[in-house]
Design a binder for this molecule. Structure first.
Ligand code: AHG
Ligand code: MN
Ligand code: MN
Length: 345
């Protein structure tokens, strides 16, 4: 599949402004929120590119040339997003993988009608080896849209199907921003010579079935029998040549999901004996990625039900996940529920 399908020259800002024009009552607040967020993404992209050259590379305890404490790149990315988003007047609260509780908007700034949840740098273990890493984000409307007070935990803890926008920015061989506001998924590629994200793939659709599976197979002996049966099945050659599947696993959820979005197949982070509810975080990893996958025509479940339906109970909760091509995820669910024909033999 080509990774470009459009010849239109459109920046992300124009794209969002055009999308907003379809919503009656849009005040421009959401467009300004996204403008501030993409500024943060551009800054993080720049610093990820320089990571190998500067002191920010993977060290917390050393000092830079100014004698200042150097931050790890994920803490640094967290600060950049906070500093880009705290004063715009469009948010009433934030939450991040790098902060324990709710992140308040400083008292001097206006409180807006949205909340933002984010994983500032996904794939931290890949920072030092030049493998893809990224930022994930999720936006909801606050519960009381007329309020101008601080947002509460209840504003943040909404089920994923209520997200008004979600996406991720992958800092790989190029910087790619994948975005949805519930009207399909569009892909933008950063052109650093002009400092803009340009539309490169409009309304991307995930293949109905793929040939890749993506899971940390080192955990095989910690899985339950049903999951072992599913992965054994994927590796077993079939007469129709659909199997064996190929294994791809980067260990950065964004990068594994990004490949799955383009090529199809399935990405999994299941529960296992040492991670009884999986590893990935519902609010700022799984929900935004699930919204992208569903908006592209795929499927995202915990093996039993749609993840976007889950009522969250706390900001950092984890959830098992199976996401990707519809037919692949349905098959995984059949195995997890012990109703795949091959399990009855
Ligand atoms: P983070 O770097 O934000 O902590 O997330 C890392 C996550 C995710 O990106 C990836 O899919 C997963 O950890 C990999 O975990 P394993 O090393 O257990 O496979
Ligand atoms: Mn992460
Ligand atoms: Mn992270």
């Amino acid at each position: 599949m080509p990774i470009f399908n459009t010849s239109k020259l459109v920046t992300i800002e124009r794209h969002i402004a055009e999308e907003q024009a379809f919503y009656a009552g849009a005040t421009g607040e959401f467009s300004r929120l996204m403008r501030d967020l993409t500024l943060a993404l551009r800054i993080i992209a720049r610093d990820v590119r320089r990571a190998g050259l500067s002191d920010v590379l993977g060290i917390t305890d050393s000092q830079n040339v100014h004698g200042e404490q150097v931050k790890k790149l994920d803490e640094y990315a967290n600060d950049v997003i906070f500093r880009a988003m705290d004063h715009g007047g469009h948010l009433c609260a934030m939450a991040s993988e790098e902060s324990e509780g709710i992140i308040k908007i400083p008292s001097e700034y206006r409180k807006g009608k949205y909340v933002l949840l984010f994983d500032p740098l996904d794939g931290s273990s890949n920072i030092d080896v030049n493998a893809p890493i990224g930022t994930i984000f999720s936006v909801y409307r606050r519960l009381d849209s007329n309020a101008d007070t601080d947002g509460t935990e209840a504003d943040l803890l909404q089920p994923g199907y209520k997200q008004v926008a979600a996406g991720y920015c992958c800092y790989g061989s190029s910087t790619v921003l994948v975005y949805t506001s519930g009207n399909g998924v569009d892909v933008f590629t950063f052109d650093q010579t002009i400092g803009e994200f340009l539309l490169t793939y409009e309304k991307i659709k995930i293949p109905k079935r793929g040939k890749y599976y993506s899971i940390n197979e080192g955990n095989y002996h910690k899985w339950n029998t049903r999951l072992q049966q599913y992965v054994n099945y994927l590796k077993m050659p079939s007469d129709d040549k659909q199997r064996p599947y190929s294994l791809r696993y980067i260990g950065t959820a964004i990068a594994d999901v990004h490949r799955t979005l383009h090529y199809g197949g399935i990405f999994m982070y299941p529960a296992d004996k040492s991670a009884p509810v999986g590893k990935l975080r519902l609010m700022y990893e799984v929900n935004p990625l699930a919204m992208i996958i569903e908006q592209a025509g795929g499927r995202a479940t915990d093996g039993f039900g749609r993840v976007l339906q889950q009522q969250p109970i706390e900001i950092h909760q984890r959830v098992p996940v199976f996401m990707g091509s519809e037919d692949d995820v349905l098959e995984a669910e059949a195995f997890m529920q012990n109703r795949h024909p091959s399990q009855q033999l």
